[in-house]
Design a protein around this ligand. Structure first.
Ligand SMILES: NC(=O)c1ccc[n+]([C@@H]2O[C@H](COP(=O)([O-])OP(=O)(O)OC[C@H]3O[C@@H](n4cnc5c(N)ncnc54)[C@H](OP(=O)(O)O)[C@@H]3O)[C@@H](O)[C@H]2O)c1
Length: 260
Protein backbone atom coordinates (compact mmCIF):
# COMPACT_ATOMS: atom_id res chain seq x y z
CA UNK A 1 0.00 0.00 0.00
CA UNK A 2 1.20 3.49 -0.63
CA UNK A 3 1.75 5.36 2.56
CA UNK A 4 1.39 9.07 3.05
CA UNK A 5 2.31 11.09 6.09
CA UNK A 6 -0.55 11.69 8.48
CA UNK A 7 -0.93 15.39 9.02
CA UNK A 8 -1.69 16.71 12.50
CA UNK A 9 -5.27 17.84 13.04
CA UNK A 10 -5.89 21.20 11.37
CA UNK A 11 -8.01 23.96 12.90
CA UNK A 12 -11.63 24.33 11.78
CA UNK A 13 -11.61 25.07 8.07
CA UNK A 14 -14.55 27.39 7.73
CA UNK A 15 -17.45 28.84 9.70
CA UNK A 16 -17.77 28.51 13.45
CA UNK A 17 -17.77 24.99 14.85
CA UNK A 18 -20.49 24.20 17.38
CA UNK A 19 -19.07 23.95 20.89
CA UNK A 20 -20.15 22.71 24.28
CA UNK A 21 -21.91 19.41 24.61
CA UNK A 22 -22.30 18.67 20.90
CA UNK A 23 -20.61 15.34 20.08
CA UNK A 24 -17.35 15.18 18.19
CA UNK A 25 -17.98 12.92 15.18
CA UNK A 26 -15.12 11.64 13.02
CA UNK A 27 -15.91 9.95 9.71
CA UNK A 28 -13.51 8.05 7.44
CA UNK A 29 -14.07 8.05 3.69
CA UNK A 30 -15.17 11.64 4.23
CA UNK A 31 -14.82 12.73 0.61
CA UNK A 32 -16.96 9.87 -0.68
CA UNK A 33 -20.69 10.01 -1.36
CA UNK A 34 -21.85 8.62 1.97
CA UNK A 35 -19.07 10.33 3.92
CA UNK A 36 -20.19 13.73 2.66
CA UNK A 37 -23.86 12.93 3.22
CA UNK A 38 -23.21 11.77 6.80
CA UNK A 39 -21.17 14.89 7.54
CA UNK A 40 -24.06 17.07 6.31
CA UNK A 41 -26.58 15.13 8.40
CA UNK A 42 -24.41 15.22 11.52
CA UNK A 43 -23.90 18.95 10.99
CA UNK A 44 -27.70 19.30 10.99
CA UNK A 45 -27.64 17.68 14.43
CA UNK A 46 -25.10 20.16 15.76
CA UNK A 47 -22.10 17.81 15.85
CA UNK A 48 -18.50 18.99 15.70
CA UNK A 49 -17.07 17.33 12.61
CA UNK A 50 -13.77 15.68 11.80
CA UNK A 51 -13.43 14.57 8.19
CA UNK A 52 -10.87 11.76 7.95
CA UNK A 53 -9.73 11.45 4.39
CA UNK A 54 -7.02 9.63 2.45
CA UNK A 55 -7.10 12.42 -0.13
CA UNK A 56 -4.90 15.52 -0.20
CA UNK A 57 -7.59 17.59 -1.89
CA UNK A 58 -9.19 20.21 0.38
CA UNK A 59 -12.69 19.09 1.23
CA UNK A 60 -15.46 21.60 0.88
CA UNK A 61 -18.93 20.43 1.77
CA UNK A 62 -21.87 22.80 1.77
CA UNK A 63 -25.11 22.62 3.69
CA UNK A 64 -28.59 23.08 2.20
CA UNK A 65 -28.17 26.88 2.38
CA UNK A 66 -24.92 26.70 0.43
CA UNK A 67 -22.76 27.51 3.47
CA UNK A 68 -19.52 25.52 3.91
CA UNK A 69 -19.70 23.06 6.80
CA UNK A 70 -17.35 23.85 9.67
CA UNK A 71 -15.07 20.81 9.84
CA UNK A 72 -11.56 19.72 10.54
CA UNK A 73 -10.04 17.82 7.65
CA UNK A 74 -7.44 15.28 8.72
CA UNK A 75 -5.46 13.19 6.27
CA UNK A 76 -4.72 9.57 7.16
CA UNK A 77 -3.39 6.51 5.39
CA UNK A 78 -3.96 2.81 5.86
CA UNK A 79 -1.08 1.26 7.77
CA UNK A 80 -0.58 4.51 9.74
CA UNK A 81 -3.65 4.30 11.93
CA UNK A 82 -1.62 4.73 15.16
CA UNK A 83 -0.85 8.34 14.18
CA UNK A 84 -4.53 9.10 14.75
CA UNK A 85 -4.42 8.16 18.46
CA UNK A 86 -4.18 11.77 19.81
CA UNK A 87 -7.03 12.84 17.55
CA UNK A 88 -9.24 9.89 18.51
CA UNK A 89 -8.90 10.91 22.16
CA UNK A 90 -11.19 13.85 21.31
CA UNK A 91 -13.76 11.79 19.42
CA UNK A 92 -17.18 10.75 20.77
CA UNK A 93 -18.43 8.91 17.67
CA UNK A 94 -16.07 7.29 15.17
CA UNK A 95 -17.71 6.23 11.90
CA UNK A 96 -15.63 3.76 9.86
CA UNK A 97 -16.99 4.35 6.41
CA UNK A 98 -14.05 4.13 3.97
CA UNK A 99 -14.11 1.39 1.36
CA UNK A 100 -13.23 0.29 -2.14
CA UNK A 101 -14.76 -2.04 -4.68
CA UNK A 102 -12.35 -3.69 -7.13
CA UNK A 103 -15.33 -5.24 -8.94
CA UNK A 104 -14.24 -8.20 -11.09
CA UNK A 105 -10.48 -8.07 -10.38
CA UNK A 106 -8.87 -11.02 -8.58
CA UNK A 107 -5.10 -10.43 -8.91
CA UNK A 108 -2.83 -10.24 -5.87
CA UNK A 109 -2.82 -6.43 -5.81
CA UNK A 110 -6.61 -6.34 -5.81
CA UNK A 111 -6.73 -8.89 -2.97
CA UNK A 112 -4.31 -6.85 -0.88
CA UNK A 113 -6.10 -3.58 -1.59
CA UNK A 114 -9.52 -4.98 -0.72
CA UNK A 115 -8.41 -6.68 2.49
CA UNK A 116 -6.29 -3.73 3.63
CA UNK A 117 -8.84 -0.99 2.99
CA UNK A 118 -12.15 -2.74 3.62
CA UNK A 119 -11.14 -4.94 6.53
CA UNK A 120 -7.70 -4.60 8.13
CA UNK A 121 -7.43 -0.82 8.36
CA UNK A 122 -10.95 -0.64 9.78
CA UNK A 123 -10.12 -3.40 12.27
CA UNK A 124 -6.95 -1.52 13.35
CA UNK A 125 -8.88 1.74 13.79
CA UNK A 126 -11.51 -0.11 15.81
CA UNK A 127 -8.87 -1.54 18.16
CA UNK A 128 -7.09 1.82 18.40
CA UNK A 129 -10.27 3.70 19.26
CA UNK A 130 -11.16 1.12 21.92
CA UNK A 131 -7.70 1.46 23.46
CA UNK A 132 -7.79 5.26 23.38
CA UNK A 133 -11.20 5.56 25.02
CA UNK A 134 -10.21 3.04 27.67
CA UNK A 135 -7.19 5.18 28.58
CA UNK A 136 -8.83 8.59 28.56
CA UNK A 137 -10.12 10.04 31.84
CA UNK A 138 -13.80 9.61 32.67
CA UNK A 139 -14.82 13.25 32.33
CA UNK A 140 -18.57 12.95 32.13
CA UNK A 141 -18.64 12.55 28.35
CA UNK A 142 -21.28 10.24 26.86
CA UNK A 143 -20.27 6.64 26.15
CA UNK A 144 -18.13 6.65 23.00
CA UNK A 145 -19.62 5.03 19.93
CA UNK A 146 -18.05 3.10 17.09
CA UNK A 147 -20.08 2.86 13.88
CA UNK A 148 -18.85 0.38 11.27
CA UNK A 149 -20.22 0.51 7.74
CA UNK A 150 -19.93 -3.07 6.51
CA UNK A 151 -22.58 -3.53 3.76
CA UNK A 152 -25.19 -6.14 3.00
CA UNK A 153 -22.36 -7.79 1.04
CA UNK A 154 -21.57 -9.22 4.49
CA UNK A 155 -24.31 -11.78 3.91
CA UNK A 156 -25.52 -11.42 0.30
CA UNK A 157 -23.86 -11.44 -3.16
CA UNK A 158 -22.65 -8.05 -4.41
CA UNK A 159 -21.45 -9.22 -7.86
CA UNK A 160 -17.91 -8.48 -6.68
CA UNK A 161 -16.12 -11.41 -5.03
CA UNK A 162 -13.32 -9.45 -3.34
CA UNK A 163 -15.75 -6.84 -2.06
CA UNK A 164 -17.81 -9.62 -0.51
CA UNK A 165 -14.78 -11.41 0.96
CA UNK A 166 -13.33 -8.26 2.52
CA UNK A 167 -16.66 -6.97 3.86
CA UNK A 168 -17.46 -10.41 5.31
CA UNK A 169 -14.08 -10.49 7.01
CA UNK A 170 -14.73 -7.07 8.51
CA UNK A 171 -18.22 -8.08 9.60
CA UNK A 172 -16.95 -11.25 11.26
CA UNK A 173 -14.08 -9.46 13.00
CA UNK A 174 -16.55 -6.89 14.28
CA UNK A 175 -18.79 -9.63 15.68
CA UNK A 176 -15.83 -11.39 17.30
CA UNK A 177 -14.16 -8.36 18.86
CA UNK A 178 -17.45 -6.77 19.92
CA UNK A 179 -17.59 -9.48 22.58
CA UNK A 180 -14.79 -7.59 24.38
CA UNK A 181 -14.87 -4.07 22.96
CA UNK A 182 -18.53 -3.50 23.82
CA UNK A 183 -17.43 -3.05 27.43
CA UNK A 184 -15.95 0.36 26.49
CA UNK A 185 -17.75 1.25 23.28
CA UNK A 186 -21.30 1.41 22.02
CA UNK A 187 -20.97 -0.48 18.73
CA UNK A 188 -23.29 -0.02 15.79
CA UNK A 189 -23.14 -1.96 12.56
CA UNK A 190 -24.39 -0.21 9.43
CA UNK A 191 -25.70 -2.71 6.89
CA UNK A 192 -26.54 -0.77 3.77
CA UNK A 193 -28.00 -1.74 0.42
CA UNK A 194 -26.97 -0.28 -2.95
CA UNK A 195 -26.76 3.52 -3.20
CA UNK A 196 -25.20 5.66 -5.92
CA UNK A 197 -21.55 6.62 -5.50
CA UNK A 198 -18.18 6.24 -7.20
CA UNK A 199 -18.03 2.78 -5.64
CA UNK A 200 -21.45 1.81 -7.03
CA UNK A 201 -22.67 4.06 -9.85
CA UNK A 202 -25.88 2.05 -10.32
CA UNK A 203 -27.11 1.98 -6.73
CA UNK A 204 -30.87 2.42 -6.39
CA UNK A 205 -30.82 4.72 -3.32
CA UNK A 206 -29.14 8.11 -2.89
CA UNK A 207 -26.35 8.61 -0.36
CA UNK A 208 -28.24 11.53 1.15
CA UNK A 209 -31.35 9.45 1.78
CA UNK A 210 -29.28 6.60 3.22
CA UNK A 211 -27.45 8.99 5.57
CA UNK A 212 -30.76 10.44 6.77
CA UNK A 213 -32.12 6.96 7.40
CA UNK A 214 -28.93 5.92 9.24
CA UNK A 215 -29.25 8.83 11.65
CA UNK A 216 -32.99 8.29 12.04
CA UNK A 217 -32.46 4.62 12.97
CA UNK A 218 -29.59 5.57 15.27
CA UNK A 219 -32.28 7.25 17.38
CA UNK A 220 -33.82 3.79 18.01
CA UNK A 221 -30.65 2.97 19.93
CA UNK A 222 -30.17 -0.48 18.42
CA UNK A 223 -26.76 -1.92 17.55
CA UNK A 224 -27.87 -2.85 14.05
CA UNK A 225 -28.79 -0.20 11.47
CA UNK A 226 -30.17 -1.64 8.23
CA UNK A 227 -30.99 0.53 5.21
CA UNK A 228 -31.94 -1.45 2.12
CA UNK A 229 -34.91 -2.21 -0.08
CA UNK A 230 -34.02 -5.93 0.12
CA UNK A 231 -36.26 -7.67 2.69
CA UNK A 232 -33.87 -10.65 2.85
CA UNK A 233 -31.27 -8.47 4.59
CA UNK A 234 -33.72 -7.46 7.30
CA UNK A 235 -34.35 -11.15 8.03
CA UNK A 236 -30.89 -12.63 7.52
CA UNK A 237 -28.67 -10.00 9.15
CA UNK A 238 -30.13 -10.26 12.68
CA UNK A 239 -29.99 -14.07 12.38
CA UNK A 240 -26.37 -13.96 11.19
CA UNK A 241 -25.46 -11.60 14.05
CA UNK A 242 -27.12 -13.84 16.62
CA UNK A 243 -25.51 -16.98 15.18
CA UNK A 244 -22.05 -15.40 15.25
CA UNK A 245 -22.56 -14.11 18.78
CA UNK A 246 -23.46 -17.60 20.02
CA UNK A 247 -20.67 -19.33 18.07
CA UNK A 248 -17.88 -16.86 18.87
CA UNK A 249 -18.92 -16.64 22.52
CA UNK A 250 -18.91 -20.40 22.90
CA UNK A 251 -15.63 -21.03 21.09
CA UNK A 252 -13.39 -18.08 21.97
CA UNK A 253 -12.40 -16.35 25.17
CA UNK A 254 -11.07 -12.92 26.19
CA UNK A 255 -7.39 -12.31 26.90
CA UNK A 256 -6.32 -13.32 30.38
CA UNK A 257 -6.02 -10.36 32.76
CA UNK A 258 -2.59 -8.76 32.40
CA UNK A 259 -1.85 -10.42 29.04
CA UNK A 260 -0.46 -8.03 26.38
N1 LIG B 1 -22.43 2.44 -2.55
C1 LIG B 1 -23.03 1.32 -2.14
O1 LIG B 1 -23.88 0.72 -2.82
C2 LIG B 1 -22.67 0.76 -0.80
C3 LIG B 1 -23.50 -0.21 -0.21
C4 LIG B 1 -23.18 -0.70 1.04
C5 LIG B 1 -22.08 -0.23 1.71
N2 LIG B 1 -21.29 0.69 1.12
C6 LIG B 1 -20.12 1.14 1.87
O2 LIG B 1 -20.27 2.51 2.16
C7 LIG B 1 -18.97 3.09 2.34
C8 LIG B 1 -18.89 4.40 1.56
O3 LIG B 1 -18.93 4.08 0.20
P1 LIG B 1 -19.51 5.03 -0.93
O4 LIG B 1 -20.51 4.25 -1.67
O5 LIG B 1 -19.87 6.36 -0.38
O6 LIG B 1 -18.26 5.08 -1.91
P2 LIG B 1 -17.27 6.26 -2.32
O7 LIG B 1 -18.02 7.46 -2.71
O8 LIG B 1 -16.34 5.63 -3.32
O9 LIG B 1 -16.50 6.55 -0.96
C9 LIG B 1 -15.55 5.65 -0.43
C10 LIG B 1 -14.44 6.46 0.18
O10 LIG B 1 -13.51 5.57 0.82
C11 LIG B 1 -12.28 6.27 0.91
N3 LIG B 1 -11.17 5.46 0.47
C12 LIG B 1 -10.94 4.96 -0.78
N4 LIG B 1 -9.73 4.40 -0.86
C13 LIG B 1 -9.15 4.56 0.36
C14 LIG B 1 -7.88 4.21 0.90
N5 LIG B 1 -6.93 3.63 0.17
N6 LIG B 1 -7.64 4.52 2.19
C15 LIG B 1 -8.56 5.14 2.94
N7 LIG B 1 -9.80 5.51 2.49
C16 LIG B 1 -10.06 5.21 1.20
C17 LIG B 1 -12.35 7.51 -0.01
O11 LIG B 1 -12.59 8.65 0.81
P3 LIG B 1 -11.39 9.63 1.18
O12 LIG B 1 -10.76 10.06 -0.12
O13 LIG B 1 -12.06 10.74 1.89
O14 LIG B 1 -10.43 8.86 2.04
C18 LIG B 1 -13.58 7.23 -0.82
O15 LIG B 1 -14.19 8.40 -1.27
C19 LIG B 1 -17.97 2.03 1.89
O16 LIG B 1 -17.44 1.36 3.03
C20 LIG B 1 -18.82 1.06 1.10
O17 LIG B 1 -18.29 -0.24 1.10
C21 LIG B 1 -21.54 1.20 -0.10
Amino acid sequence: MSSRAVRPPAPPATGSAPTGSSPVVAITGASGALGRALLRRWHGQGARLIALTSSDTPLEIRDAQGEPLPLRQVCWATGQEEALAPLLAEVDILVLNHGVNVHQQRDAVAVERSLEINALSAWRLMELFARVVQQRPADGRPRPELWVNTSEAEILPAVSPLYEISKRLMGQLLSLRALDLAADLRIRRLVLGPFRSALNPIGVMTADWVAGEVLRQAGWNWGLIVVTPNPLTWVLMPLASLGRWLYFRALSRPAAAGAP
